[in-house]
Ligand binder design. Structure first.
Ligand SMILES: C[S@@+](CC[C@H](N)C(=O)[O-])C[C@H]1O[C@@H](n2cnc3c(N)ncnc32)[C@H](O)[C@@H]1O
Length: 242
């Protein structure tokens, strides 16, 4: 899973016992060599689908941008300003280095649950990849409200979401085991490191998006195929501020 340039087991353990912010600060220089960075295959599928169904965008926002996985996509999809927001200064430093050549791109250090009011009604497209596991279900309305406020009227929040894992499959066991271990870790250790794989299911997420004021549609990401019951393995959620 990790290349030889990735973090050692010891480094991962230290990061996992830190806060989310500190953990990512420590991981930042090696983050792009871990499986935690969203794979290009997913980024390409989302970009292609967005390009097909939407007419082009002016300003773009990458929420929890990390080292900037979603920024190149926004550079291609958006004509104007592009902003990456993240909690971790270390991750933002890596993102800033990688995109220093484009003066349309800026980075803002902020908690996604409290986006700065200066970003309000600025963006036509917001994306987020691989970060929603860092938010407890009770925090979703706050998170979505901030993104809703950052979008212009008609603006879209887009993110991929996976189908429920088949009960008892190896991945189901792995993610269930990981979440259980994190709950134990967070019960006995401070500061907490909130990261769960199974706390962001489509049904409740859609309800929270609607409660925030978004209209919601989903599109299959056919690039990842379908389950035996015909449901897509991955969908793109498009939540529009109307
Ligand atoms: C798994 S990384 C994903 C980074 C990037 N989006 C990608 O797909 O490669 C999760 C990111 O979420 C950020 N993050 C976690 N909690 C956050 C919060 N409350 N506000 C802003 N960023 C947060 C972390 O600092 C980290 O950069």
């Amino acid at each position: 899973m990790f290349s030889s340039h990735g973090p050692s087991v010891r480094e991962l353990a230290v990061q996992g016992l830190s806060s989310v912010e500190r953990g990512y600060d420590l991981l930042a220089p090696k983050f792009d060599h871990t499986p935690f960075r969203t794979p290009d295959r997913m980024l390409d599928a989302v970009e292609e689908t967005l390009a097909q169904v939407e007419g082009g965008f002016d300003a773009g926002l990458d929420v929890c941008c990390g080292t900037g996985a979603g920024i190149d996509m926004l550079r291609r999809l958006c004509r104007d300003r592009i902003t990456g927001v993240d909690l971790s200064a270390g991750m933002l430093a890596e993102a800033g280095r990688a995109h220093a050549d484009d003066d349309r791109v800026d980075f803002v250090r902020a908690d996604a649950r409290a986006l700065p009011s200066a970003l309000a009604q600025t963006y036509d497209l917001a994306v987020s990849f691989g970060a929603f596991g860092h938010f407890l279900p009770a925090e979703r309305l706050t998170l979505f409200s901030g993104i809703h406020a950052a979008l212009r009227e008609g603006g879209v929040l887009a993110f991929p979401i996976g189908a429920p894992l088949p009960l008892g499959s190896p991945l189901w066991w792995a993610t269930t085991g990981f979440d259980a271990a994190m709950r134990v870790r967070n019960a006995v250790w401070r500061p907490p490191f909130v990261m769960y794989y199974r706390t962001f299911p489509l049904g409740p997420v859609r309800e929270d998006l609607r409660a925030t004021g978004f209209t919601v549609e989903t599109l299959p990401l056919e690039h990842f195929g379908r389950r035996p019951d015909g449901a897509p393995h991955w969908r793109l959620v498009l939540a529009r501020r109307t």
